[in-house]
Design a protein around this ligand. Structure first.
Ligand SMILES: *Cc1c(COP(=O)(O)O)cnc(C)c1O
Length: 482
């Protein structure tokens, strides 16, 4: 059979609360055109993030009942530890409440002010935790990513030449560690090849620099290695995962992604002394080392979820779902980042709305439009998130790309939900010349996109249309068909 089905039946359902367009219009205004401020109850399809939004399996629910909530040495911890050890192969496993706690604990032990931590691209919390220590988080994405080369199968790679130059041009001690993010979240979820991991490891080991992987989407990365790197076509996902992690000294993991859990994370390392130091520190902020801020139930969920995340039929379905949405959008002319990753589809809002300059936040405009049209919540990854306002001139310093991310929660939505998303895009595409840009009305100093208040910038043509009966004009299919 060619049809790839969801490899599960649905045993419990959660109703979706439906809203009307005019209700959504008023919710948008009330939220200051910021989708983080909209109560989830008023969202029809929530593609804000794939983090912590997964549906648990029957085996995970069963494991929840088996959970041991003892403070120290709970049976749940040992099951968790053994699952992590058997998949990743590290000696010491320290649970934490989520990925960013792992980052803070590890960097605190490894990184000093003024040092440089290179990566293929740091995730935003990873960068923030390094910068908090007064160190520099250096992104070295590969050339294919920088040049938007859609034929590159591993656009998430680190730039090996760039890394070499960095190591050759700095004193020993300037680079305390390096980190590869797999898949490369900030580069549209593009994967990292085994060859790239191996070469990075070789470079770093020669100089005895510790090398870690940010493993949030390790299973999706392993699956793409199996598909795209010839030497791995016949290898099992678990053997690919073992090899990936054999090249590094340890890993950090947000289990809210490929742990298929709603919360949790871990640090795994081989170095005994480093593990001791992390355990000592984690007691202060996370909890005793056998629970690290998680309940036994959460440790159990992760122990089972990690095993489910490396099942090939699950990964094949996950890819089929992403491809269904990706190709469905491409077919109707929506500009999407190619090739599709597994955890999200990225739409190029600047290309979709050429009449909205980056300073008027085309990505945020698209995200608002998707909500208004169909109650779909997405996430702007562009100037609203990564740009800055020059407070003297009021000008926007824009991000390199204006993307909107449609993240795919694990095992939550079916094909008809994605058909609904495609239809929403079709409707927006028809009247895309009428979509307005936005400006900041209020913003915080740090991570401004979470709490910012926006307002629409009304252009003359749009306000004329708004005074008319827009719906009537739109159904008349003006000149906006692409
Ligand atoms: C989500 C994520 C993190 C941070 O994890 P949290 O669990 O959200 O704290 C770190 N790195 C990557 C690549 C991520 O995707």
């Amino acid at each position: 059979m060619k049809t790839i089905i969801e490899p599960f039946r649905i045993k419990a359902v959660e109703p979706i609360h439906l809203t009307t367009k005019s209700e959504r219009n008023s919710f948008l205004i009330k939220a200051g055109f910021n989708l983080f401020q909209i109560p989830a109850q008023n969202v029809t399809i929530d593609l804000l993030t794939d983090s912590g939004t997964a549906a648990l399996s029957n085996e995970q629910w069963a494991a929840l009942m088996r959970a041991d909530e003892s403070y120290a040495g709970a049976a749940s911890f040992y099951r968790f530890e053994s699952a992590v050890r058997s998949i990743f192969g590290f000696r010491h496993v320290m649970p934490v409440h989520q990925g960013r706690a792992a980052e803070r604990l590890l960097f605190q032990q490894m990184v000093r002010p003024g040092q440089i931590v290179p990566s293929n691209t740091h995730f935003d919390t990873t960068r923030a935790n390094i910068e908090c220590l007064g160190a520099n988080a250096l992104d070295l994405p590969c050339q294919a990513w920088r040049e938007s080369d859609s034929n590159e199968h591993f656009a998430g790679n680190i730039d090996i030449e760039g890394l070499k130059q960095l190591l050759d041009s700095t004193d020993s001690g300037a680079v305390p560690m390096a980190l590869l993010t797999v898949t490369n979240n900030a580069c549209a979820g593009q994967p990292v090849s085994m060859q790239n991991i191996r070469e990075t490891s070789k470079l770093l080991r020669r100089r005895q620099i510790p090398f870690f992987i940010d493993a949030a989407r390790f299973a999706e990365n392993a699956f793409l290695i199996q598909q795209r790197e010839a030497a791995y076509a016949d290898r099992s996902i678990s053997s690919i995962v073992s090899e990936m992690f054999s090249y590094v000294d340890g890993c950090l993991m947000s289990c809210k992604k490929d742990g298929i859990a709603n919360i949790g994370g871990f640090i795994a390392v081989n170095d005994d002394a480093l593990a001791d130091r992390i355990k000592e520190e984690m007691i202060v902020t996370e909890g005793f080392p056998t629970y690290g801020g998680l309940s036994g139930r959460e440790l159990e969920t992760i122990a089972v979820g990690l095993g489910e995340a490396i099942q090939e039929d699950y990964l094949r379905y996950r890819q089929a779902a992403a491809q269904f949405l990706h190709f469905g959008l491409r077919k109707i002319g929506v500009p999407v980042v190619c090739p599709p990753s597994l955890h999200a589809i990225y739409v190029d809002a600047a290309a979709m709305f050429p009449h909205i300059p980056a300073s008027q936040l085309p990505g945020q405009a698209l995200a608002c439009e998707l909500y208004r049209e169909a109650g779909i919540r997405s996430c702007e990854i562009g100037t609203a998130m990564f740009g800055k306002t020059d407070h003297e001139t009021g000008e926007q310093i824009c991000a390199p790309k204006e993307l909107v991310r449609l993240a795919l929660p694990r095992r939550v939505y079916t094909q008809s939900h994605y058909e609904y998303v495609i239809e929403a895009f079709k409707n927006i595409t028809k009247r895309r010349h009428l979509v307005q840009g936005l400006r900041f009305k209020a913003q915080a100093q740090k991570l401004r996109h979470f709490t910012a208040v926006f307002e629409p910038i009304e252009s003359e043509i749009v306000s004329i249309f708004c005074q008319l009966d827009v719906e009537k004009y739109l159904t008349a299919d003006l000149a906006y068909e692409i």
